[in-house]
Design a binder for this molecule. Structure first.
Ligand code: 4NP
Length: 181
């Protein structure tokens, strides 16, 4: 996947969609984003909820989902501490259900945004040459090349900090794509 950073508005949306289709690149007007962590109960549900909220408020036609590389929490709601910090920030993520990453996700999504280097490396091992570049460390959109991670709050807490980190980096991700409606 190669990356184009368009300035939407200077060309018609229809023309833009056709161009993306022709060039076989993702269309930033209709992006599909997958947030990935280890358990899919702490960080990636927050990342999903935060990105969904920003998508809604900016009227973007993007889709976002989340999953975990591990299987321990399949079918569970987010960790109560994630639900609580989301609620404190006027977001409800309590309806989310954990699922495990599957190889076909690599073809279904345009961006696969991992929370830490363990998730990143786990997914890269399952990728092929056509989809490996979709897998990114989410923090790279704010701190390119620094290999920063979103710290795992499951054992030692820090959910409010994680919320703020994700809120900031989601803004940078959107800004990076320069989507203007
Ligand atoms: P997450 O956090 O990857 O942000 O959802 C974790 C959740 C559960 C476990 C580890 C991390 N666990 O070991 O069960």
């Amino acid at each position: 996947m190669c990356e184009i950073v368009p300035v939407i508005g200077s060309t018609s949306k229809l023309y833009h969609s056709l161009l993306c289709y022709k060039l076989k690149v993702y269309n930033p007007l209709h992006m599909k984003i997958l947030m990935v962590c280890l358990g899919n109960i702490c960080r990636s549900p927050l990342a999903q909820g935060i990105m969904e909220e920003k998508i809604r408020s900016r009227k973007l036609e993007w889709e976002v989902d989340s999953c975990g590389t591990g299987s321990w929490h399949i079918g569970e709601n987010p960790d109560p501490r994630s639900i609580q910090v989301a609620r404190q920030n006027n977001m409800d993520i309590s309806n989310q259900r954990a699922r495990q990453f599957k190889r076909s996700d690599l073809d279904q999504y345009d961006y696969i945004l991992t929370m830490d280097t363990q998730n990143y490396n786990d997914l890269r091992r399952q990728a092929n040459k056509d989809n490996i570049s979709k897998i990114r460390l989410i923090m790279d959109f704010q701190y390119p090349g620094e290999n920063r991670i979103v710290p795992d709050p499951y054992f030692h807490g820090g959910f409010e900090k994680v919320f703020q980190i994700l809120d900031d980096v989601c803004d940078h991700f959107i800004e990076h794509h320069q989507v203007k409606n």
